[in-house]
Design a protein around this ligand. Sequence first.
Ligand code: NI
Length: 182
Amino acid sequence: MGKDQIMAILEIIVAPDPRLKVTAKPVDGVDDDVRKLMDDMLETMHSAQGIGLASTQVGDPRRVLVVDVSGVDENPDPIRMANPELIWASDENSIHEEGCLSLPEQYAEVVRPDSIRVRYLDETGEIREREADGMLATCIQHEMDHLDGVLFVDHISSLKRGMILRRLIKVKKQAEAEAEAV
Ligand code: NI
C-alpha cells in the first residue's frame, strides 16, 4: 500500500451471521489491493484490541489473515498472510481459552494442535513457511478456521455453543430494539 493511501477501520461482523460461514477464496497473488486489505485488517484488529482477524470477519472473500500476539509492553509484531495452508501439525494438543472479535465477550477452552507449520504468501507475495507454538499457533489456527467458515465455538460442545450463541442473539435483539426506539 502506498504511503498516501489512508487506512480504514472495517466493520467486524458479529455472530450469528451467515457471512461468517462463507469459505474464502485463494488470492492469485499479493497486489496493492491485497496489501491494503491486510493493512486495513491490522488497523481494525488493533483498534478492537484483538490479536487476530480473518477476512471473513470483515466480509471480504479473499483468503487473508492478520495476527499480532505481542504483549502490551512489547513491540508490535504484525504478521500478514494470504492463502495460509497448514503443512504440519503436532500430535500433541494444548488447551487455550479463546475469544473472537466476532463473538464479543464470549470465551471457551478449545483443544488444538500445540505446534504447527504454516505456508503462506507474505505482504510482498513471497512464499513463506513459519513454525508456531503456544498462543501464536492457537491464533493462526483460529484465523485459518474463519477462512473456512468455522468459529471457535464449532470446536466445543453443542450445549456450550448454544449458550454462547443465545447470548449473542439476545445482545443483537437488544441493540435492534434500542435502535428502533430512537
Ligand atoms: Ni475469531
